[in-house]
Every structure is written in C-alpha cells, then in structure tokens.
Design a protein around this ligand. Structure first.
Ligand SMILES: Cc1cc2nc3c(=O)[nH]c(=O)nc-3n(C[C@H](O)[C@H](O)[C@H](O)COP(=O)(O)OP(=O)(O)OC[C@H]3O[C@@H](n4cnc5c(N)ncnc54)[C@H](O)[C@@H]3O)c2cc1C
Length: 305
C-alpha cells in the first residue's frame, strides 16, 4: 500500500514551499515532490529586488533554500521525485512518481512553467555548448565574448543586463517593434553601453561546429537576412506551463494553464493549483507565494469538511 498523506504538493518553487509551510504548520501530514532542485525558477534569478522583506535584494540561489528550510522547520517532508501521472481513486489523489505511487486526500499543483522553445535548427544541438536559459548559471563561461539574448520581456532584459557583467556585448533580438519589459528595466537596458537591440527581427538558426559560432537573423518586415557572430545564445521568449502530466484530469485554459477560483480550487474536489502554473497568475514570486498560502488554507479547509 502506497504512503498516504493529508496534502501532497507538486513543485518546489515559491508557491510550493509557501503552501508546504502553511499546510505543515497546520499539522497536516505534508509531502512536497520536486523533480530537480529546491527553488524552481528563482534559481534563474540572479538578483531579486521586488520580493518584500529584502530591501537590498536577494539572490535567487539564496532565497530557494530559505523557502525550503522554512517549510521543513514545520515538519513538511520533501522528496526529489518527478510526478508522471495522476488519478483520483474514490476521492484519494494517486500520484505516479519515479519512486512509485504516493497518495493524498488533497493535492496542490505548483509546478510552475518551463522556458518556451524557438524550435529552430541548432537550438537543441547546442544546449550546454552555447545555448542557455540562465545568465547567472552560464554568464561567466562567455567572459569578454559577444552573446545574443532573444526576447523582449522582463526576463530577457533582466538576464541581458546581468550578462553585461561578463561579456563584451549583448545584442537583444526581439521580434516586435517595442519591448514588453517594465519601464525600469527598459531604462537600465537603454543606458547600458554593452547592450544593443535588433527589433522586428527573429533568429532562424543557431550555427557552429562543436560550439555556437553565429546566429542567422531575419527582419520580419523586410525579409532581409543576416548573420551575427556570437558564442552564446540566451533564450527568454516566454514560459510554457508544466501541466503535461495531468493528462486531462484537471481543466486547463487555451494556454495550458490550470483554471482555478480565487481560493485556488480547481473544478476537481480536493485539487488546488498555485503560482505560475495557474491561469490569471501575475507570474511574480510574491504572487506565487501568496497563491501557495491561499491554496494551503483552502486545502486544510477541504480536509476538515
Ligand atoms: C529569468 C527570470 C527572472 C525572474 N525575475 C523575477 C523577479 O525579479 N521578481 C519576481 O517577482 N519574479 C521573477 N521571475 C518570476 C518568478 O521566478 C516566478 O513567478 C516564480 O518563481 C514562480 O514560482 P512557482 O512556485 O509558481 O513556480 P516555479 O518556480 O516554476 O517552480 C515549479 C517547480 O515545480 C517543479 N516541477 C514541475 N513539474 C514537476 C513534476 N511533474 N514533478 C515534480 N516537480 C515538478 C519544477 O522543477 C520547479 O522547481 C523571474 C523569472 C525568470 C525566469
């Protein structure tokens, strides 16, 4: 017989750990399952300056373990394990993981999202050989070399600015006329001499031998093509929700995000969702943490019914 918990949380990011802290603090037998390492997307954030309580900012790699520790202090258990499948058996949620089955009366899905792909030649081939999604992890490998950042939102500019601490130049390639990043980041990016922009432009291929040597560009308005010599390609074109393992059990919107009410309840009794994975999330750390707290309180209430 598989172990049975009061509450299982899938995902060890800000939403999952906050949910775990609230659930365990309420004396629920709580398990959190995380497939990679504690922290989730915060591990990609070199310097977070908009999370309350840290007036000088905080590095993501510091915040992740703090979130984990705080939840575990209240007795939350954690396992490094991926969830592959989910079914409901007489109200009990049964999760198939790479360590076997685990069961719980309530489930909180806090699986966040993963970086979207361009699906262009070279993107897969050069992962780890010049293609990256993380400036703080990989920036130092490109010391004094030219790199390209693809995207025009907050993550693209934030990471592009961080890269200027290492590299000789950053070309930001964006398919639209304007950036969608917040004003503060746009101002910082325009003021940084190492950063230049190619608007209305897409990357059509990443090329090299054993490592990246150049990207092929295309102007979406004129169709003009050109090549840009770079050794690094950092891709930040959006996020895809991690909901594939649900296999249709929980309703999603057209973007693949989980639909919830304001208490984080899905339409399946006893299943809740929190953080970036849910529809209408503002996709910020503080809102992910807030969702986690709300979901855990609703799950505890569900268990008491
Ligand atoms: C480059 C970058 C910079 C950012 N900067 C900021 C910033 O400065 N300020 C800010 O507020 N926000 C920032 N954000 C956004 C913020 O990081 C996210 O909104 C927040 O981390 C989302 O938290 P989450 O817990 O919902 O999901 P995530 O952090 O994505 O965590 C989800 C976790 O679930 C795990 N998981 C997924 N599927 C499974 C499965 N099947 N089984 C087990 N585990 C699974 C994943 O491995 C992951 O660890 C940034 C994001 C990026 C990418």
């Amino acid at each position: 017989m598989a172990s049975e918990y009061d509450i299982i949380i899938i995902g060890g990011g800000a939403a999952g750990f906050t949910a775990g802290m609230y659930a365990a603090r309420d004396r629920c037998r709580t398990l959190l399952l995380e497939r990679f390492s504690a922290g989730g997307q915060v591990l990609n954030c070199p310097h977070i300056e908009n999370y309350p309580g840290f007036p000088d900012g905080v590095a993501g790699y510091s915040l992740g373990p703090l979130l984990q520790q705080q939840a575990m202090n209240f007795g939350m258990e954690m396992k490094l394990s991926e969830v592959y499948n989910l079914r409901v058996d007489g109200g009990v949620k049964v999760l198939q993981t790479d360590d076997g089955e685990v069961r719980a009366r309530a489930l909180i899905i806090a699986t966040g999202s993963s970086f979207s792909k361009l699906n262009i030649p070279g993107e897969e081939e050069f992962v780890g050989k010049g293609v990256s999604h993380c400036a703080s992890c990989d920036g130092a490998f490109f010391m004094d070399q030219p790199v390209v950042v693809i995207g025009g939102g907050d993550a693209a500019l934030d990471e592009g600015l961080h890269l200027t601490e290492y590299v000789s130049s950053v070309t930001v390639v964006h398919r639209r006329e304007d950036l969608s990043a917040c004003r503060l980041l746009r101002e910082r990016a325009h003021a940084n001499e190492k950063l230049t922009f190619r608007f209305n432009t897409v990357v059509t291929a990443i090329e090299g031998n054993s490592e990246v040597q150049r990207v092929q560009l295309e102007d979406v308005k004129t169709g003009e093509r050109s090549a840009l010599d770079v050794t690094g390609v950092f891709i930040f074109i959006g996020l895809t929700p991690n909901t594939q393992f649900l296999n249709g059990l929980v309703p999603l919107n057209d973007k693949g995000q989980i639909v919830t009410d304001l208490s984080m309840r899905t339409s399946v009794p006893g299943i809740f969702a929190a953080g970036d994975v849910r529809a209408e999330s503002s996709r910020q750390l503080v809102s992910a943490a807030g969702d986690g707290a709300t979901a855990a309180l609703a799950a505890v209430q569900y268990l008491r019914m």
